[in-house]
Structures are given as C-alpha cells and as structure tokens.
Write a protein that binds this ligand. Structure first.
Ligand code: PLP
Length: 399
C-alpha cells in the first residue's frame, strides 16, 4: 500500500524534533552535528534567536496579503539585495527552481522585446541541477531527473561540463543565454575556475548573450562572499537565489540588471506567495546578519579550518577518501569508498552530511558553526572513516 506521503524520496530513517544552532535533536534527546544544514538552507543554524524574533514579531502582525498590494517588507529586502549585489531589481519566489524559471523567462522576454524573437535557446552544462520543474529538468537533462517525464521542453542545448570547444560549437544566432552554477552543487561540489567564469562573461558580452548564474546553493555567504561569482570579479545579468536566503523559511529570488529585466513589465510574471510579508521579514534578517561586519570573514576562517582538517583526513584515510574540493563552507569529500557507506558511518557518529554526484560527501554546515564544532565534526568524520576502512579490509578478506 502506498504511504500517505508520496514515496518519491529515499529517506534516511532518522527524524528530529528540535534544532539548536549546529545541532539537530531526536525525540529521545540524541544530538546530531548538522553538517548538511537542510541542504545549505539553515545558513544561520537552527532556531537562531534573531530569526525566531523576526518570525514571531511578523507572525503577530501580518503573514500574507498577495502581490495585489505593495509589500513593504518585500521592497526592503529587494533594496538590500540591490544594494549588496550587481542587480537592479528582484522577483521573489518560494523556491530555487521557481527562481530559475523566472531567470529563463526574463532572458526570453529580453530578446522578445529587443526584436530578436528567434533568440530563445539556452546553453546548459552536463551534471548541472536547477530544480525539478519540467523546464528545469529539461535544462539540466540528468538521466535521473528526466527519466519517464518526457516530452521535455525544447530550447536547452547541453554541452559537457568544462568542454570549451563544445561550448563554442553550440552557440548559434538563436542562443539567448548561458546558464551555470558557479560552484556545481548536486553534481559533486565543483567550483568553476575563475578564469572560466571570466571567459564566459567575455563570451556572453562578445556574442550578445545573457549570463544566468544559478547561485541557489552557492549564494548567501556559503563560499565566504555573499555570492560565489564575486570571487571571479564578474557579474551575471540574471541570477537565481534560494536555499540560504530564508534560513529555513521557503524563499527564493531572481535578481537581474535593469537591462536584462526590461521585458518583465506588469502582468508578465507573478506568484501568489512569492515574497510575502512573513517570508521577507525573515529574509531581511538573514541578509542583515550575513552582511554584518566580519560575518563573511568568519565564514572564510571557519572554512579554512574545516578544509585543512579535511585535507588531513584525506591524507590519513587514503583508502576511503580521494580529495577535498569546493569553496568556503561548500565542501565535498571525493570518496574512494562508496559515499553512502561514509554517510551511514557518519550517522553512527551522530554527524549529518549530504551525498552528491561523483561519489562525493557534501559538507554544508551552518555558516555560524563554531571552531569547536568544526573540530568535533572532524573527529567524528575520522572515526567514521576508520570504520569504513575496517569494513573495506574485512570485505576484501571475504573475497
Ligand atoms: C537546490 C537547488 C535548486 C532547486 O531549488 P528548490 O528550492 O529545490 O526548487 C536549483 N539550483 C541549485 C543549484 C540547487 O542547489
């Protein structure tokens, strides 16, 4: 018999009743160190006092009005994002995939109003992830995303990740935009080299294409800058944001320059919930906190400590781990042992992490994680790796 909840997830048999900072707590009081942060969502940890305060205060005033009216909290958050980024304007959504939908619609409208209606196609990269709507699975094209869901949407031309020749060959006079994650997340925590991001920006400028960045996972301070593309000193024309922006409250945003957004006039796009007073009160508090003096520097220092420790684990457990990669607190342990074996061994040590493609274990802790908690995470990973290593050896003897 089918479960009351659609069985579309392969869930781990753990459940939590409460959260405190970097910790998730089971009903019996068992505490797990949360190095996954709900897939890079709880950027300020669980039950951050400022977020609880913002939520409670707004909850007593006003939750929702729809976008039929002015929403002052939304205006305020948009102004803060415009002030802090390349963007001139923001559309709010409830999720990352909706932010990407808005990005693609914005780019298509741009060429429509510019009198180039034939320019509608977009180039994407293999191994990317942009969410689960039909358009976004058509864009990312991963086998697991699209199997059985065709016919897919036309208009997305995919090239292998990192293949410059294929990219150049795929550009035609119908190409409107290039879409990519500056640090590939689900696809295995792969930072796109700064030189490539610079090259893509230049290519888009030369060919009159728009650059769309998906910073749903890499944004909101995750890499030690507010957005990952800042490391390369470039800016996109359009960018999707979500995950960390609501600190656990569902919120996403599509940011754009005035030029790129020129087609998005009244009546062209909308959302019932998107950017409601409650969501934006929380989003503004998250952003305020991340933009405070020293916050992002602290993220980089914490990230350095974690990375150095992980390099040590790779050196110590060469049979289990192969390498560390990523940027800031978006780190991946490339495994030699099956990544799920490592993740399950970590559960036994009461440490939570997230799998990614290419046999990677993702570490995406709250940006507020302390040095002591980083050290505890490393000690738990060390013990988990020792168990995995011992199992590998005894399996070897069985053969
Ligand atoms: C998670 C993610 C999405 C999808 O976000 P949802 O909120 O699940 O719709 C899109 N792009 C990237 C890079 C992501 O990591």
């Amino acid at each position: 018999m089918i479960s009351p909840v659609l069985p579309s997830y392969a869930r781990i048999p753990l459940s939590f009743e409460a959260g405190e900072g970097s910790w998730l707590i089971e009903r019996d009081g068992t505490r797990y160190l949360d190095m996954g942060a709900g897939i890079a969502v709880t950027a300020l940890g669980h039950a951050h006092p400022r977020l609880v305060e913002a939520l409670e205060t707004q909850a007593r005033k006003l939750w929702h009005t729809s976008n039929l009216y002015e929403v002052p909290n939304q205006t305020r958050l948009a102004e803060m994002l415009v002030e802090a980024t390349f963007a001139d304007t923001v559309f709010f959504t409830n999720s990352g995939t909706e932010a990407m939908e808005c990005a693609v619609k914005t780019a298509r409208r741009y060429f429509h109003v510019k009198g180039q209606p034939e320019r509608k196609r977009m180039i994407t990269f293999s191994g990317s992830f942009h969410g689960r709507t039909l358009a976004m699975v058509s864009a990312a094209k991963g086998a697991k995303l699209v199997d059985g869901f065709g016919p897919l949407l036309d208009g997305f031309d995919q090239v292998p990740f990192g293949d410059h020749d294929a990219l150049h060959a795929a550009i035609t006079d119908q190409t409107a935009a290039i879409i990519l994650e500056p640090v590939v997340g689900e696809g295995g925590i792969k930072p796109v080299p700064e030189q490539c991001l610079k090259g893509l920006r230049k290519l888009c400028d030369e060919r009159g294409m728009l650059l769309i960045l998906d910073e749903v996972q890499s944004g909101m301070g995750r890499t030690g800058k507010l957005f990952a593309h800042e490391w390369a000193g470039i800016a996109p024309d359009i960018m999707a944001v979500a995950k960390g922006i609501g600190g656990g409250f569902p919120l996403g945003a599509c940011l754009a320059t005035e030029e790129a957004a020129c087609g998005m006039t009244a009546g062209t796009h909308g959302s019932t919930y998107g950017g409601n007073p409650l969501a934006c009160a929380i989003g503004a508090t998250v952003l305020e906190t991340i933009l405070e003096d020293g916050f992002l520097d602290q993220v980089s220092r914490t990230a350095g400590r974690l990375r150095q420790g992980l390099e040590g684990l790779v050196a110590a457990h060469g049979d289990v781990f192969e390498a560390v990669r990523g940027e800031g607190l978006m780190l991946g342990l490339v495994c030699k042992a099956p990544n799920m074996d490592v993740i399950h061994a970590c559960h036994d040590q009461h440490l939570l992490s997230v799998p990614a493609a290419e046999n990677v274990v993702r570490l995406l802790p709250p940006l507020t994680i302390s040095n002591d908690e980083i050290d505890q995470a490393l000690a738990r990973l060390d013990r988990a790796a020792a168990v995995v290593s011992a199992n590998l050896k005894s399996d070897g003897q069985d053969v």
